[in-house]
Every structure is written in structure tokens, then in C-alpha cells.
Design a binder for this molecule. Structure first.
Ligand SMILES: Cc1ncc(COP(=O)(O)O)c(C=O)c1O
Length: 388
């Protein structure tokens, strides 16, 4: 088959390459431990599974989802209450909330709703690879804006070249950030909103890690910045706080015109989320949050173990305040692909090369904390031994 041009414009999806490398090493008989992919290792909380079971038994839920692409009003109300309680942000569930098949879907459908061929999208470098694909699928042009360690991995918006700022239609941001684990204070969101208004740019915060934060740190929503609703949309997800990556449920919240545009794209693309999964989502958002609190305790312990091990072998990552990633410089500025290959050869451990997230990720690698304690412990023991 001759592929469409839009597919040939994509770099190979990073995690597919990693999966291939793991398979090859396993075929060579190596007991590979992958710290490559951010997919929680724990089960979904029992009360959420039970809510799915009960809803799946009800034939009323076996037809196309209620309110189809928008999501059930009851789910959208639950999201609105959660945003009010968690961030103090008030949302109209009818116009400012949309159910998503995960935040990844949101990125993609927003681009189809907001970008025309030739429009310019600004993406962070380093950044989550799906932003690039989403923009390219919409026919947009892409410029990368640098995130530097010295700036806490926050973009210096006033340094975006005037020509880019003038042409830009949309700016993707993502705090807490994958891959760098950086966070954004409210003061940054306030500046970002002012910049977006001045340049008539749509502001996106992809926020699926909002609940994975450590040492008592509370992350903030872009919608807490005054006037954000005029220009901004935020994606959030049940994937990470409730170990629900496989369920595919999340939400878009924010500017009502952007929500309506996405809804129109979805109406012509998918028919929404199985009602039973939405009922389970309500149970997750409205039920006990004890399991999320426990999860954060587990990741925090793992984070500390990884930091301790890396620092002992003279790699000096910052201490993450949020996300379940540790982002570290490679030793002696080694190329990140070369270093990741070296770790696989010498320790049988997969880490993600930073360059997979963009040129500015070169010289860094990412470790995901989503592997069981004993395996993580073993992986760090092997890395320490290999680089002692
Ligand atoms: C920045 C970012 N956005 C979106 C996603 C996808 O999340 P979801 O499962 O909600 O689609 C991920 C998952 O790793 C991510 O890191």
C-alpha cells in the first residue's frame, strides 16, 4: 500500500522502537527490565472495577453511549465538581467539559478542530511525541520551542521569535511535564495566558499528571489563571491517578468554542465512550481517593530510590515534584541513544533516550517509576554496578 504523506512525515513512534529493542534483547536470553514506558503497574481500584461490572450488566448501557461524543452529562457533571473541589475552577458541564478517550485523543482532535493546513503549531522541545503527530495529521506546520533545564523547563515566551508568535495558531504546553517532570506555578500560567491573548494563540495544557505529585506539592490547572477560559483548553485523564490507562477515559475542559469544535470533530469520528466505563469514571472521581494517595506514596519511595542510585554514580537529576518520571543527564554528556543502548547491553535495563522527545532532549534520559518495587530495585542495582 502506498502510505499517505502524513504518515511518511512522522518519525518512528519512540515506544515502538523501544518495544522492538526489548524483544531483540529477550531473544538473546537477557532478563530485560524496562523502565521505558509510563504505564502504571498497579491495578485499578476495586470500587471502580465494581462500578464497571454493575453498569456492564445493565442493557441500557449496551447501546451507543448517552450523548455520544460529548460524554454522559452525569460524567461531565462529575468532572466539573472535581475541578471545582480540586482547583477551585468553576465549569459549565454542558459547554465547558467534554469526555475523552484519554488525553491523547484530546490532543489529536483539538488539532483537527483548530488547525488548517499550513497553520503553525508551537510544540515544546523536549515534548511528548504525540503532539507532533497530531499537528502533522491536521496538515499544520510545526516549530519547536526550547525547554531548558536552567529555566526549570518552562518556555521563555518572550523569546519566541516575533514571526513565529505572529503566525502561531496554537501552543502546546504540558505541566507537570513529560519527559522532564517539571511543574508550572500559577504565575507562569498567568503569563502564558497574557502571551496567548496578545498573540491570539490557543493555549493547551495537557495535564494527565496533575494528581501525581510529591512531598505535599499541589499542581495547578491552567484554568486557575485569570481569563484562561478565553484562550485555553486543558486535557486531563483518569489513566494515571487511578491506574486506568487501559480503560481510555479522560476529559477536556475550558474554552467553550474549542470544546464545541472538538465535539463536532468527535461527532464525525467516534461515538464516545462505553457508558459503563463512564460510570466507572464517575466512581473514580467521586469515590475514595485513598488509593491515589497510596499510589503517590509508592512512586515517591521509588523516586527516592532512583535518585539515590543515580546520584551515587554521579548522574545528577533534579528531584521531581510531580509525574512518575526521573529525567537525568547522561554521564559525561554521552549521546542519549548511545547511552540507552549501553545501559541495555551492560545492565539489561531499558531507559528512554532523551532525544526521542526532541533535539533538546539530547544528553538526557528518562526513567519511568511504573515497575514493581522489586524489579525497580534490581534495575537500579544493575545500573549502579555497571556504572560504579
Ligand atoms: C504528556 C502525556 N499526554 C498524554 C498521555 C496519554 O494519556 P491518556 O492515557 O490519558 O491518553 C501521556 C501518557 O503517557 C502523556 O505522557
Amino acid at each position: 500500500m502506498q502510505k499517505a504523506d502524513r504518515l511518511t512525515k512522522l518519525p518512528p513512534y519512540l515506544f515502538v522502537q523501544i518495544r522492538n529493542k526489548i524483544r531483540e534483547a529477550k531473544e538473546r536470553g537477557i532478563d530485560v527490565i524496562s523502565l521505558g514506558v509510563g504505564d502504571p503497574d498497579g491495578p485499578t481500584p476495586g470500587h471502580v472495577v465494581q462500578a464497571l461490572q454493575a453498569a456492564a450488566e445493565d442493557p441500557a448501557n449496551h447501546q451507543y453511549p448517552t450523548d455520544e461524543e460529548k460524554g454522559m452529562l452525569r460524567f461531565r457533571q462529575s468532572v466539573a465538581s472535581w475541578y471545582r473541589d480540586r482547583f477551585g475552577v468553576s465549569l459549565d458541564p454542558e459547554r465547558e467539559v467534554l469526555a475523552l478517550i484519554g488525553s491523547k485523543e484530546g490532543n489529536h482532535h483539538l488539532c483537527l478542530a483548530a488547525l488548517d493546513p499550513g497553520d503553525l503549531a508551537l510544540l515544546p522541545d523536549p515534548g511528548y511525541p504525540a503532539y507532533y503527530a497530531s499537528a502533522v495529521f491536521a496538515g499544520a506546520e510545526v516549530e519547536r520551542i526550547p525547554l531548558d533545564r536552567g529555566d526549570g523547563y518552562l518556555p521563555q515566551l518572550d523569546q519566541i521569535p516575533p514571526e513565529q508568535a505572529r503566525r502561531a495558531r496554537l501552543l502546546f504546553l504540558n505541566y507537570p511535564n513529560n519527559p522532564t517532570a517539571a511543574v508550572a506555578p500559577l504565575e507562569f500560567w498567568t503569563r502564558a495566558v497574557a502571551w496567548a491573548k496578545a498573540h491570539d494563540v490557543i493555549l493547551v495544557n495537557d495535564n494527565p499528571y496533575s494528581e501525581i505529585a510529591y512531598d505535599g506539592y499541589r499542581t495547578q490547572s491552567i484554568l486557575q489563571a485569570e481569563g484562561a477560559i478565553d484562550v485555553a483548553i486543558e486535557f486531563n485523564s483518569l489513566s494515571k491517578p487511578y491506574n486506568m490507562t487501559g480503560w481510555r477515559i479522560g476529559m477536556a475542559v475550558g474554552n467553550p468554542e474549542l470544546i464545541a469544535g472538538m465535539s463536532q470533530v468527535k461527532e464525525n469520528t467516534d461515538s464516545g465512550i462505553f457508558n459503563a466505563i463512564q460510570y466507572a469514571g464517575i466512581a473514580a472521581l467521586e469515590g475514595s481517593q485513598d488509593s491515589t494517595r497510596a499510589l503517590i506514596g509508592v512512586y515517591q519511595r521509588r523516586r527516592d530510590r532512583v535518585l539515590e542510585a543515580l546520584r551515587r554514580i554521579r548522574m545528577l537529576p533534579d528531584t521531581p515534584k510531580a509525574t512518575f518520571y526521573v529525567w537525568s543527564p547522561t554521564p559525561e554528556g554521552k549521546g542519549s541513544i548511545q547511552f540507552a543502548a549501553d545501559v541495555l547491553d551492560r545492565a539489561g535495563v531499558v531507559v528512554t533516550p532523551g532525544v526521542g522527545y526532541g533535539q533538546r532532549g539530547e544528553g538526557f534520559f528518562r526513567i519511568s517509576l511504573t515497575v514493581p518495587d522489586a524489579r525497580l530495585e534490581e534495575a537500579m542495582r544493575r545500573i549502579e554496578e555497571a556504572y560504579a
